[in-house]
Write a protein that binds this ligand. Sequence first.
Ligand code: UD1
Ligand code: CA
Length: 452
Amino acid sequence: MNIVILAAGQGKRMHSDTAKVLHALAGRPLLAHVVAAARELSPQRICVVYGHGGEAVRGAISRGADAITWVLQEPQLGTGHALAQALPHLKAGAPTLVLYGDVPLIRAATLKRLCAAAGAGMAVLTVELDDANGYGRVVRKAGAIERIVEQKEASPAEQAIREVNTGIMVVPTAKLKSWLDRLSNDNAQGEYYLTDIVALAVAEGMGVAGVQPHAVWETLGVNSRNQLAELERIHQQNLAGELMGRGVTLADPARIDVRGRLACGRDVAIDVNCVFEGEVALGDRVSIGANCVIKNTRVAAGTRIEPFCHIEEADVGANCRVGPYARIRPGTLLAEDVHVGNFVEVKASAIGAGSKANHLAYIGDSDVGRNVNVGAGTITCNYDGANKHRTVIEDDVFIGSDTQLVAPVRVGRGATLGAGTTLTHDAPAGELTVARARQVSIRGWKRPVKKK
Ligand code: UD1
Ligand code: CA
């Protein structure tokens, strides 16, 4: 099979410098959703007809891009003209499925039914709408599809038809050239309408099947920011439904956003307003508090992420407690039973099992051992203004509050650092190291008094 994705339209109503098909739905360009659905059908060819946005459009669909044939349509003279540009790249012996780059929620299962209905002939995906305004209408005679008439050409009687053309259709490729050659742009919009090939097929005695999708939302297009937001909500509701269907507890299925893939174990619970980006995997019994943003991260079984955490490219072990208000940055590896508390930032660091940094700390470029206690206000000074250096804290270390560790520096196993220490040399194992001015009390000292 050939698949042609029409994506050259301008998208004027988006009022944007970005090509319409590059606007994001669930964190991915609209066009990427369509390409993904197309790939599910394992076609021999995927052609994308692009125009507006040019190279940016090609660049955005980089993954597996070698399998896509890019066809520039310039200028854009209508959907029939768009398909004609792709024609030289299509395998004549196989049917051609036409998709729209701005109809992102189409499901492969529906497309498979459409292809099956077409057989060696033609099939059009249609829906019944209460408000068919703006769409091409499907004109039937004795139940059979006869032609498609665009809104602007439709008579009042035709305008009353509620069955509309979604634009998605399967056509016999070998016939396309003669049909597309015969299209005229002598119509209300001065465009070559792909829809006119329906009447040409019927005139040749070819039956045109009409197939309906499982749900109308599959065929909704994005022409404005309003429609984009509507489709985003529909899509997120669908994803939330799938998660719940697989046993995930969602405090409110209307308040979760998945922008990528979210894999969940058993009895996972997710509170409101969480955003998951990229590839996120949550193990059994993980609970995610309200208002967390989690990106490209794995969280192992039994861990509790408290509200308002931001976690990115991290590996969080089992039975950890993170947050509230923790920031876990890329390259963080927490072993099991680690506690990272409020206003603690961790970056490019490994923290060993049972260690705790419960309050107000920065741990960057560090290797922290097991059962380490990092006191409130502890900071690893990892950056000297030019280079980053590592801090090593061995097992069973106790770090007093408000300590600065000026990297590169190592704290030996079982060492204790006194509160307020600024550590600039390695601290020996098992001993107390303290670096601060000795406490003095000045007897008889008087506070100054204000001069009259
Ligand atoms: C089209 C159909 C209409 C259908 C509607 C469904 C035609 C003539 N009409 O109308 O029957 O009800 O879609 O949404 O086909 N495109 C190009 N190059 C062009 C023109 C369009 O690539 O020169 C692409 C657009 O990017 C878009 C798709 O084709 O993805 C549809 O174009 P659009 O202008 O939205 O078609 P409509 O006039 O809405
Ligand atoms: Ca449209």
